[in-house]
Design a protein around this ligand. Structure first.
Ligand code: GLV
Length: 322
């Protein structure tokens, strides 16, 4: 008998076919997120679950006594309660590698959009307000030759560093829990402590995974150290930043602007003050959103799922469970 799995979001047909070879499956094929009650109903009798950025808690696992693997269709797995999963003997997997270059592209787009006010320019032209040659209101800050501070030199940070040094001749500082001498040598980037990085950088990029120790890693004290003409970027998880402190720093002009792909609450609250700030670019958490990369992520998640329910070791078990 084939193992039973549930897929909690639509996936490409080719990926569905691959899963069908090995598993009996059901799928949530709607464009809207699966309601929590529906998911709880579907997990009672399954061996494997594939879902986008799911919250996997002790209570959730209590409802799924046969579950062996949860395959997250994302690289970040802060929704996993690792201890609860270990207790229930449920493996957690994620989708590293396949999205690194795509997210690094998004980050560079966001840096350029924010520093060079490209989004504002676009709106200006489309609204028919372009009636003189050139307005100083749209003069931005050069990205080439500037100093970029990367907090979190993981796989994606490294891809950003390559673009920054080789494409934009930037001076790159980075802070990481452990030094990355390999990246230093490859891309001529310099390790720095947080204080120096925040003081020196024109652009500060936060790329830390969300854990207990990185929760609100950037707060009022950190924003205070940044230069007043510097910009802040976050493409990791919203909760790695104290969002009120960021809003305050922007209001008080302690920093010049921000480019964000992630927020404390997603989708962002309609009355979030960030939405009213012209010097803030807000993307809807689309770092990895190209067709190819999202298809690759779904396939990778399917491979993890199938391995997990057929007694093999999935390729991308999260590091806390290896
Ligand atoms: C996106 O945020 C991901 O974790 O893949």
């Amino acid at each position: 008998m084939k193992p039973k799995v549930y897929i909690a979001k639509p996936i490409p047909e080719s990926v569905e076919k691959y899963i069908a070879e090995y598993c009996e499956y059901k799928i949530w094929d709607e464009k809207t997120p699966i309601p929590k009650e529906k998911l709880l109903e579907e997990i009672k009798d399954i061996d494997g679950l594939m879902l986008p950025k799911g919250e996997i808690t002790n209570e959730f696992l209590d409802q799924a006594p046969k579950l062996k693997v949860v395959s997250n269709i994302a690289v970040g797995y802060d929704g996993f309660d690792i201890e609860a999963m270990k207790k229930h003997k449920v493996l957690g997997t994620h989708t590293p590698h396949v999205l690194d270059e795509t997210v690094a592209d998004t980050i560079f787009g966001l840096i350029l959009m924010t520093a060079r006010k490209l989004s504002e320019c676009n709106h200006h032209v489309k609204k028919g307000h372009w009636n003189k040659m050139d307005s100083e209101d749209f003069f931005g800050k050069d990205v080439h030759d500037a100093t970029l501070g990367i907090i979190g030199m993981g796989r994606i940070g490294e891809k950003v560093a390559r673009r920054a040094t080789q494409g934009f001749n930037m001076n790159v500082l980075y802070y990481n829990r452990s030094r990355r001498k390999d990246v230093e040598e490859k891309y001529n980037v310099r390790y720095s402590d947080m204080t120096n990085l925040l003081r020196e950088s024109d652009f500060v990029l936060l790329m830390l995974p969300l854990t207990n120790s990185t929760f609100q890693f950037m707060g009022a004290n950190e924003f205070k150290l940044m230069k007043t003409d510097a910009f802040f970027f976050n493409c990791s998880r919203g909760k790695t930043v104290d969002e009120n402190a960021l809003i305050e720093a922007l209001k008080m002009k302690k920093i010049s602007g921000a480019g964000l792909d992630v927020y404390e609450q997603e989708p962002i609250n309609k009355d979030n003050p960030l939405l009213l700030m012209d010097n803030v670019v807000t993307l809807p958490h689309i770092g990895s959103a190209t067709k190819k990369t999202r298809d690759d992520m779904a396939m990778r998640a399917a491979e993890n799922l199938v391995a997990g329910v057929t007694g093999k070791t999935p390729p991308d078990v999260v590091k806390e469970m290896r």
